[in-house]
Design a protein around this ligand. Sequence first.
Ligand code: SF4
Length: 324
Amino acid sequence: MIGALPTAASLYERVRRVIPPIEWPAFADDIDAILALKRERNAVILAHNYQTPEIFHCVADIVGDSLALARKAMTVEADVIVVAGVHFMAETAKLLNPGKTVLIPDLAAGCSLADSITAEDVRLMRQRYPGVPVITYVNTSAAVKAESDICCTSGNALAVVKSLNAPRVIMLPDEYLARNIAAQTKVEIIAWKGRCEVHERFTAADIRELRGAHPGVTVLAHPECPPEVVAKADFAGSTAAMSDYVGRHKPARVVLMTECSMSDNVAVEHPDVDFVRPCNLCPHMKRITLRNIRSAIEENRHIVTIDPRVAERARWAVERMLFV
Ligand code: SF4
Protein backbone atom coordinates (compact mmCIF):
# COMPACT_ATOMS: atom_id res chain seq x y z
CA MET A 1 0.00 0.00 0.00
CA ILE A 2 1.29 3.46 -0.86
CA GLY A 3 1.46 5.69 2.23
CA ALA A 4 0.55 9.36 2.43
CA LEU A 5 3.20 11.77 1.19
CA PRO A 6 4.86 14.00 3.77
CA THR A 7 4.06 17.66 3.29
CA ALA A 8 6.37 20.66 3.22
CA ALA A 9 4.68 21.88 6.40
CA SER A 10 5.56 18.67 8.28
CA LEU A 11 9.12 18.66 6.90
CA TYR A 12 9.82 22.15 8.15
CA GLU A 13 10.25 20.84 11.68
CA ARG A 14 13.44 19.06 10.53
CA VAL A 15 15.12 22.18 9.20
CA ARG A 16 13.71 24.81 11.55
CA ARG A 17 17.14 25.41 13.11
CA VAL A 18 18.84 26.27 9.81
CA ILE A 19 16.08 27.83 7.68
CA PRO A 20 14.37 30.93 9.13
CA PRO A 21 10.53 30.87 8.99
CA ILE A 22 10.54 33.91 6.71
CA GLU A 23 12.41 31.95 4.00
CA TRP A 24 10.27 28.82 4.16
CA PRO A 25 7.29 29.97 1.99
CA ALA A 26 9.72 30.34 -0.93
CA PHE A 27 10.44 26.58 -0.75
CA ALA A 28 7.16 24.96 0.34
CA ASP A 29 5.37 24.88 -3.01
CA ASP A 30 8.32 23.32 -4.87
CA ILE A 31 8.83 20.75 -2.11
CA ASP A 32 5.21 19.58 -2.29
CA ALA A 33 5.39 19.44 -6.09
CA ILE A 34 8.66 17.47 -6.08
CA LEU A 35 7.37 14.92 -3.57
CA ALA A 36 4.33 14.29 -5.78
CA LEU A 37 6.39 14.16 -9.00
CA LYS A 38 8.82 11.64 -7.53
CA ARG A 39 5.97 9.26 -6.83
CA GLU A 40 4.37 9.86 -10.23
CA ARG A 41 7.58 9.13 -12.17
CA ASN A 42 9.08 6.56 -9.79
CA ALA A 43 12.06 8.89 -9.33
CA VAL A 44 14.65 9.18 -6.58
CA ILE A 45 16.85 12.13 -5.73
CA LEU A 46 20.50 11.64 -4.83
CA ALA A 47 21.87 14.68 -2.97
CA HIS A 48 25.45 15.46 -2.09
CA ASN A 49 26.36 16.74 1.38
CA TYR A 50 26.96 20.21 -0.11
CA GLN A 51 23.35 20.69 -1.17
CA THR A 52 21.28 23.21 0.75
CA PRO A 53 19.12 21.94 3.65
CA GLU A 54 15.77 22.32 1.86
CA ILE A 55 17.08 19.89 -0.78
CA PHE A 56 19.18 17.66 1.48
CA HIS A 57 16.60 17.20 4.26
CA CYS A 58 13.28 17.72 2.48
CA VAL A 59 13.30 16.11 -0.98
CA ALA A 60 16.40 13.86 -1.19
CA ASP A 61 16.03 10.07 -0.90
CA ILE A 62 19.73 9.26 -0.73
CA VAL A 63 22.32 11.63 0.73
CA GLY A 64 26.03 11.44 1.37
CA ASP A 65 29.50 12.05 0.02
CA SER A 66 30.65 10.95 -3.43
CA LEU A 67 31.52 7.45 -2.22
CA ALA A 68 28.20 6.89 -0.45
CA LEU A 69 26.26 8.23 -3.43
CA ALA A 70 28.17 5.94 -5.81
CA ARG A 71 27.61 2.92 -3.56
CA LYS A 72 23.94 3.62 -2.98
CA ALA A 73 23.40 4.47 -6.65
CA MET A 74 24.10 0.79 -7.40
CA THR A 75 21.06 -0.27 -5.37
CA VAL A 76 18.52 2.21 -6.74
CA GLU A 77 15.34 0.59 -8.03
CA ALA A 78 13.60 3.67 -9.43
CA ASP A 79 13.12 4.42 -13.14
CA VAL A 80 14.55 7.93 -12.86
CA ILE A 81 17.51 9.18 -10.83
CA VAL A 82 17.84 12.92 -10.29
CA VAL A 83 21.29 13.97 -9.14
CA ALA A 84 21.34 17.02 -6.88
CA GLY A 85 25.05 17.53 -7.25
CA VAL A 86 27.55 18.31 -9.98
CA HIS A 87 27.98 16.79 -13.42
CA PHE A 88 30.62 14.18 -12.61
CA MET A 89 28.31 12.79 -9.92
CA ALA A 90 25.49 12.46 -12.43
CA GLU A 91 27.86 10.68 -14.82
CA THR A 92 28.91 8.29 -12.04
CA ALA A 93 25.25 7.53 -11.29
CA LYS A 94 24.71 6.84 -15.01
CA LEU A 95 27.79 4.59 -15.18
CA LEU A 96 26.39 2.48 -12.37
CA ASN A 97 22.81 2.55 -13.70
CA PRO A 98 23.17 2.35 -17.48
CA GLY A 99 19.56 1.27 -18.01
CA LYS A 100 17.99 4.10 -15.99
CA THR A 101 17.22 7.69 -16.87
CA VAL A 102 19.65 9.93 -14.99
CA LEU A 103 18.85 13.64 -14.87
CA ILE A 104 20.92 16.62 -13.76
CA PRO A 105 18.88 19.78 -13.08
CA ASP A 106 21.57 22.15 -14.43
CA LEU A 107 24.07 21.02 -17.06
CA ALA A 108 26.46 23.83 -16.07
CA ALA A 109 26.98 22.39 -12.55
CA GLY A 110 30.66 21.54 -13.05
CA CYS A 111 33.73 21.25 -10.85
CA SER A 112 37.16 22.91 -10.93
CA LEU A 113 38.82 19.54 -10.32
CA ALA A 114 36.95 17.79 -13.12
CA ASP A 115 37.80 20.71 -15.43
CA SER A 116 41.51 20.54 -14.59
CA ILE A 117 42.28 17.41 -16.58
CA THR A 118 41.39 15.71 -19.87
CA ALA A 119 41.63 12.14 -21.10
CA GLU A 120 44.57 13.22 -23.28
CA ASP A 121 46.40 14.51 -20.17
CA VAL A 122 46.02 11.08 -18.55
CA ARG A 123 47.37 9.34 -21.65
CA LEU A 124 50.38 11.68 -21.61
CA MET A 125 51.00 10.89 -17.91
CA ARG A 126 50.99 7.19 -18.74
CA GLN A 127 53.57 7.77 -21.47
CA ARG A 128 55.73 9.74 -19.08
CA TYR A 129 55.50 7.14 -16.28
CA PRO A 130 55.15 3.79 -18.07
CA GLY A 131 53.74 0.99 -15.93
CA VAL A 132 52.76 3.24 -13.01
CA PRO A 133 49.11 2.66 -12.04
CA VAL A 134 46.72 5.58 -12.41
CA ILE A 135 44.26 6.39 -9.62
CA THR A 136 41.64 8.92 -10.58
CA TYR A 137 39.57 10.86 -8.09
CA VAL A 138 35.84 10.52 -8.78
CA ASN A 139 35.74 14.29 -9.33
CA THR A 140 36.56 13.77 -13.02
CA SER A 141 34.70 13.25 -16.28
CA ALA A 142 33.77 9.76 -17.45
CA ALA A 143 36.34 10.18 -20.25
CA VAL A 144 39.13 10.67 -17.67
CA LYS A 145 37.87 7.77 -15.53
CA ALA A 146 38.00 5.60 -18.65
CA GLU A 147 41.78 6.17 -18.87
CA SER A 148 42.33 5.09 -15.25
CA ASP A 149 43.14 1.83 -13.51
CA ILE A 150 40.90 2.60 -10.55
CA CYS A 151 38.97 5.51 -9.05
CA CYS A 152 39.04 6.83 -5.48
CA THR A 153 37.17 9.30 -3.30
CA SER A 154 38.52 11.37 -0.42
CA GLY A 155 36.99 8.70 1.85
CA ASN A 156 38.88 5.73 0.45
CA ALA A 157 41.94 7.20 -1.29
CA LEU A 158 44.46 5.73 1.17
CA ALA A 159 42.85 2.27 1.00
CA VAL A 160 42.89 2.43 -2.81
CA VAL A 161 46.60 3.33 -2.84
CA LYS A 162 47.37 0.40 -0.50
CA SER A 163 45.22 -1.99 -2.55
CA LEU A 164 47.48 -1.60 -5.58
CA ASN A 165 50.63 -2.88 -3.81
CA ALA A 166 52.77 -0.65 -6.01
CA PRO A 167 55.81 1.40 -4.96
CA ARG A 168 54.61 4.36 -7.07
CA VAL A 169 51.18 5.52 -8.18
CA ILE A 170 49.82 8.44 -10.18
CA MET A 171 46.93 10.15 -8.35
CA LEU A 172 44.87 12.59 -10.42
CA PRO A 173 43.82 15.38 -10.48
CA ASP A 174 43.73 16.90 -6.95
CA GLU A 175 47.22 17.99 -5.96
CA TYR A 176 46.28 18.58 -2.32
CA LEU A 177 44.46 15.29 -1.86
CA ALA A 178 47.49 13.53 -3.35
CA ARG A 179 49.87 15.35 -1.00
CA ASN A 180 47.66 14.70 2.03
CA ILE A 181 47.50 11.00 1.20
CA ALA A 182 51.27 10.91 0.50
CA ALA A 183 51.82 12.08 4.10
CA GLN A 184 50.17 8.84 5.31
CA THR A 185 51.99 6.26 3.19
CA LYS A 186 55.44 5.23 1.97
CA VAL A 187 54.08 4.80 -1.55
CA GLU A 188 55.44 7.50 -3.86
CA ILE A 189 52.55 9.55 -5.22
CA ILE A 190 52.84 11.46 -8.47
CA ALA A 191 50.28 14.28 -8.45
CA TRP A 192 48.56 16.51 -10.98
CA LYS A 193 47.99 20.25 -10.52
CA GLY A 194 44.20 20.33 -10.06
CA ARG A 195 42.63 22.14 -7.11
CA CYS A 196 39.17 22.40 -5.64
CA GLU A 197 38.34 26.10 -5.87
CA VAL A 198 36.41 25.86 -2.59
CA HIS A 199 38.94 24.07 -0.39
CA GLU A 200 42.10 25.67 -1.76
CA ARG A 201 41.00 28.99 -0.23
CA PHE A 202 41.30 27.79 3.38
CA THR A 203 44.60 28.72 5.03
CA ALA A 204 46.53 27.85 8.18
CA ALA A 205 46.03 31.50 9.23
CA ASP A 206 42.24 30.93 9.10
CA ILE A 207 42.63 28.14 11.66
CA ARG A 208 44.82 30.28 13.92
CA GLU A 209 42.22 33.04 13.84
CA LEU A 210 39.36 30.61 14.51
CA ARG A 211 41.15 29.09 17.47
CA GLY A 212 41.86 32.59 18.82
CA ALA A 213 38.26 33.75 18.41
CA HIS A 214 36.67 30.48 19.62
CA PRO A 215 38.92 28.90 22.28
CA GLY A 216 38.52 25.11 22.45
CA VAL A 217 36.91 24.84 19.01
CA THR A 218 37.45 21.49 17.25
CA VAL A 219 38.67 21.97 13.68
CA LEU A 220 37.79 19.38 11.02
CA ALA A 221 39.25 19.74 7.53
CA HIS A 222 38.52 18.13 4.18
CA PRO A 223 41.55 16.49 2.50
CA GLU A 224 41.08 18.73 -0.56
CA CYS A 225 42.39 21.55 1.68
CA PRO A 226 46.07 22.53 1.45
CA PRO A 227 48.37 20.25 3.51
CA GLU A 228 49.22 23.08 5.95
CA VAL A 229 45.50 23.36 6.77
CA VAL A 230 45.14 19.60 7.28
CA ALA A 231 48.26 19.66 9.50
CA LYS A 232 46.70 22.29 11.78
CA ALA A 233 43.28 20.60 11.99
CA ASP A 234 42.23 18.21 14.77
CA PHE A 235 40.93 15.75 12.21
CA ALA A 236 40.87 15.45 8.42
CA GLY A 237 38.44 13.35 6.45
CA SER A 238 35.79 13.19 3.79
CA THR A 239 32.45 14.88 4.39
CA ALA A 240 31.05 11.55 5.62
CA ALA A 241 34.01 11.13 7.99
CA MET A 242 33.55 14.69 9.32
CA SER A 243 29.88 14.04 9.95
CA ASP A 244 30.71 10.75 11.74
CA TYR A 245 33.32 12.55 13.83
CA VAL A 246 30.75 15.08 15.07
CA GLY A 247 28.34 12.25 15.92
CA ARG A 248 30.93 10.18 17.76
CA HIS A 249 32.83 12.92 19.63
CA LYS A 250 30.06 15.46 20.15
CA PRO A 251 32.45 18.42 20.40
CA ALA A 252 30.91 21.38 22.22
CA ARG A 253 31.95 23.67 19.36
CA VAL A 254 33.18 22.66 15.92
CA VAL A 255 34.20 24.21 12.62
CA LEU A 256 34.11 22.28 9.33
CA MET A 257 36.69 23.55 6.83
CA THR A 258 34.60 22.71 3.81
CA GLU A 259 31.66 23.88 1.72
CA CYS A 260 29.04 26.04 3.51
CA SER A 261 25.99 23.79 3.36
CA MET A 262 27.78 20.90 5.04
CA SER A 263 27.60 22.62 8.46
CA ASP A 264 23.90 23.39 8.02
CA ASN A 265 23.14 19.77 7.10
CA VAL A 266 25.14 18.26 9.96
CA ALA A 267 23.78 20.85 12.43
CA VAL A 268 20.24 19.59 11.77
CA GLU A 269 21.27 16.19 13.18
CA HIS A 270 23.22 17.59 16.15
CA PRO A 271 21.31 20.40 17.87
CA ASP A 272 23.59 20.10 20.92
CA VAL A 273 26.76 21.03 18.96
CA ASP A 274 27.68 24.66 18.29
CA PHE A 275 28.85 25.12 14.68
CA VAL A 276 31.22 28.00 13.87
CA ARG A 277 30.61 28.77 10.21
CA PRO A 278 33.35 30.37 8.21
CA CYS A 279 32.75 28.61 4.95
CA ASN A 280 33.41 28.79 1.25
CA LEU A 281 30.58 28.34 -1.17
CA CYS A 282 30.76 26.01 -4.19
CA PRO A 283 29.15 27.93 -7.06
CA HIS A 284 28.66 24.71 -9.01
CA MET A 285 26.77 22.89 -6.26
CA LYS A 286 24.66 26.01 -5.74
CA ARG A 287 23.38 25.87 -9.31
CA ILE A 288 21.06 23.10 -8.12
CA THR A 289 17.84 24.46 -6.65
CA LEU A 290 14.40 23.14 -5.74
CA ARG A 291 13.04 24.96 -8.76
CA ASN A 292 15.33 23.27 -11.29
CA ILE A 293 14.93 19.86 -9.59
CA ARG A 294 11.19 20.27 -10.07
CA SER A 295 11.64 21.26 -13.74
CA ALA A 296 14.04 18.36 -14.29
CA ILE A 297 11.42 15.80 -13.24
CA GLU A 298 8.52 17.60 -14.92
CA GLU A 299 10.33 18.03 -18.23
CA ASN A 300 12.66 15.01 -18.11
CA ARG A 301 15.82 17.09 -18.45
CA HIS A 302 18.76 17.16 -18.65
CA ILE A 303 19.32 13.52 -19.55
CA VAL A 304 22.89 12.36 -18.86
CA THR A 305 24.41 10.27 -21.63
CA ILE A 306 27.87 8.72 -21.94
CA ASP A 307 29.48 7.24 -25.05
CA PRO A 308 29.15 3.44 -24.51
CA ARG A 309 32.84 2.84 -25.38
CA VAL A 310 33.87 5.35 -22.72
CA ALA A 311 31.24 4.15 -20.25
CA GLU A 312 32.43 0.54 -20.24
CA ARG A 313 36.00 1.43 -19.25
CA ALA A 314 34.94 4.18 -16.81
CA ARG A 315 32.46 1.85 -15.09
CA TRP A 316 35.19 -0.71 -14.59
CA ALA A 317 37.39 1.87 -12.80
CA VAL A 318 34.50 2.97 -10.54
CA GLU A 319 33.36 -0.58 -9.74
CA ARG A 320 36.90 -1.66 -8.97
CA MET A 321 37.04 1.12 -6.36
CA LEU A 322 33.76 0.01 -4.79
CA PHE A 323 35.23 -3.41 -4.03
CA VAL A 324 38.37 -2.11 -2.25
S1 SF4 B 1 33.36 21.71 -3.77
FE1 SF4 B 1 35.22 21.65 -5.03
S2 SF4 B 1 35.44 19.49 -5.59
FE2 SF4 B 1 33.31 19.78 -4.89
S3 SF4 B 1 32.15 20.24 -6.77
FE3 SF4 B 1 32.75 22.22 -5.87
S4 SF4 B 1 34.67 22.71 -6.96
FE4 SF4 B 1 34.31 20.51 -7.27
